[in-house]
Design a binder for this molecule. Structure first.
Ligand code: HEM
Length: 494
């Protein structure tokens, strides 16, 4: 059997690293033109077989973990940052148990408690002179401006720590914690993915920060244990109570490392998505107005104010929901999902084949890669694929929505148009949260965090764009907007 075609390259080891690293989306599209939906490229000595489209997503994300393995692909990047004995440092069955524990912490009861907390944090942030007014806001009629990524990074960590991470973390945010966080983050880059160990200061800082951060969390956990059962709605409270199937409870350092993992998993994904969402809202004042009117309709009070919302109410706002969905379609924060190939694996002929009767085999030792970015912007699936168009989700008869539905029907996919859930299957063109056993467990939390943040902001300010929506910066692990990413804002007159 033959191997999938290899992408042409001049440099033996480096291979296509430059093309892929600078702009993976266009690199994949150019390769698809030449080689079809399945091809292999060289990335610093690694052989990476890309499988595109919904069928490609299915091949990579629906594979058995004994054959297509996540921990072998990621552990060298994540274990130094998260710490030992969690996530990709343990066999998948054990991580599956840990994911189940985290789900307890993300219960509906907890999520309900978070809406008001996030509203408070965003309110306070926006009312703090140093954060917002300083950008030129003297008169209510003035337009001020802010760097959307800086603001979103700050709000994301404030709201995540107030809710999931817990009050101790929130109270330390201004001091030690932020520096430790930054040092850990400096070890979570594409360079660290390519080269697990380099004699660089950033690698040493990462390692020191992991030790310190672990101590910081273990101290909190021990104090909580001493204080006895507590009623906090956060992750530490949930994890302290969990035991593995074999009866052993979670150890302190495991809880600490899970908290670090959740912090890293949620911070850039949410802050990037929030940034892109605000950029598109600012680009489309009619979308901003529709969001505002949706708030007025649902939460307006007779005296002309807007009341707080509940979690259930937040889930029933179609414009808000569509804004987040459409943002994640155009800007999925994770553009490459990888697995290590532990055993030779055949590519399903319906995805790609060398000839009518032939079959491609991806050899053991290769990596496979799925890219939601490609299928989510595929003009064969989406009308005006490049356009930010909220109506493709809100208008059930919209041409764009129909195109997606027709695709789904044809492939026997059931689509749930409910809040934050599109498709549970592994074969779908829309998968910002991945699929299968490694699917994201932070989706509801992310929708809640982003939804509350956008609502609270849009109640207070109008947004406009200074420059066009920026291009993608692919040099960070999570796809970020390139600079400048300035948003103009003006306070609403109440
Ligand atoms: C997994 C995206 C927010 C925790 C994933 C995966 C994707 C993803 C694509 C699959 C990775 C793979 O298959 O290799 C996102 C996006 C987010 C987001 C787009 C926000 C907009 C969060 C948050 C948390 C979180 C807030 C934690 C509270 C996780 C965990 C996994 C995961 C624990 C499981 C990894 C595995 O099973 O291998 N996420 N995520 N994510 N995410 Fe998220």
């Amino acid at each position: 059997p033959s191997k999938p075609p290899t992408v042409f390259h001049w440099l033996p080891i480096i291979g296509s690293a430059v093309g892929y690293g600078n702009d993976p989306l266009n690199f994949f599209l150019a390769c698809r033109e030449k080689y079809g939906d399945v091809f292999t490229f060289i990335l610093f000595g690694r052989r990476v077989t890309v499988a595109l489209g919904a069928k490609g997503n299915n091949f990579v994300l629906g594979g058995k973990s004994t054959v297509l393995n996540a921990e072998d692909a990621y552990t060298h990047l994540t274990t130094p940052v998260f710490g030992k004995d969690v996530v990709y440092d343990v066999p998948n069955e054990k991580f599956m148990e840990q994911k189940r524990f985290v789900k307890v912490g993300l219960s509906t009861e907890n999520l309900r408690a978070y809406v008001g907390m996030i509203e408070d944090e965003v309110d306070e942030y926006m009312n703090t002179d140093a954060n917002f007014r300083v950008y030129g806001m003297n008169d209510i009629n003035d337009w001020g401006m802010f760097d959307v990524v800086s603001v979103l990074q700050e709000i994301t960590i404030l709201t995540a720590s107030r809710t999931l991470q817990g009050k101790e973390v929130r109270s330390k945010l201004d001091k030690t914690f932020s520096q430790l966080y930054n040092d850990l983050d400096g070890g979570f880059t594409p360079l660290n993915f390519l080269f697990p160990n380099l004699p660089l200061e950033s690698y040493r800082r990462r390692d020191r920060a992991n030790v310190k951060m672990t101590e910081f969390y273990v101290d909190i956990i021990q104090k909580r244990r001493q204080a006895g059962a507590d009623s906090d709605h956060d992750m530490i409270a949930a994890l302290i109570k969990q035991t593995y199937r074999d009866g052993t409870p979670l150890k302190d350092h495991e809880i600490a490392h899970i908290l670090i993992a959740l912090l890293m998993a949620g911070q850039h994904t949410s802050s990037a998505t929030g940034s892109w969402a605000l950029l598109h809202i600012a680009e489309n004042p009619d979308v901003g107005e529709a969001l505002y009117q949706e708030q007025v309709k649902h939460f307006g009070t007779p005296d002309g104010n807007l009341r707080s919302m509940t979690y259930e109410e937040l889930r029933e706002l179609p414009v808000l929901d569509a804004v987040i969905r459409e943002t994640l379609r155009l800007h999925p924060p994770i553009h490459s999902i990888m697995r290590y190939v532990r055993d030779d694996v055949s590519v399903p002929p319906s995805l790609a084949a060398p000839s009518k009767d032939g079959v491609f085999v991806v050899p053991k030792g290769y990596y496979v890669l799925a890219s939601p970015s490609v299928s989510q912007m595929d003009p064969r699936v989406w009308k005006d694929a490049q356009r930010f168009d909220v109506s493709r989700w809100t208008d059930p008869d919209g041409v764009a929505a129909q195109a997606f539905k027709a695709y789904a029907d044809e492939n026997g996919e059931k689509i749930d148009y409910g809040f934050g859930a599109v498709s549970k299957g592994t074969e779908s063109p829309y998968q910002p949260f991945g699929a299968g056993r490694h699917r994201c467990i932070g989706e509801q939390f992310a929708y809640l965090q982003l939804g509350t943040l956008i609502s609270t902001m849009i109640r207070k300010v109008e947004l406009r764009l200074k420059d066009p929506v920026p291009a993608h910066n692919y040099h960070t692990m999570i796809v970020m907007p390139k600079k400048p990413r300035t948003i103009l804002y003006r306070r609403r007159k109440f």
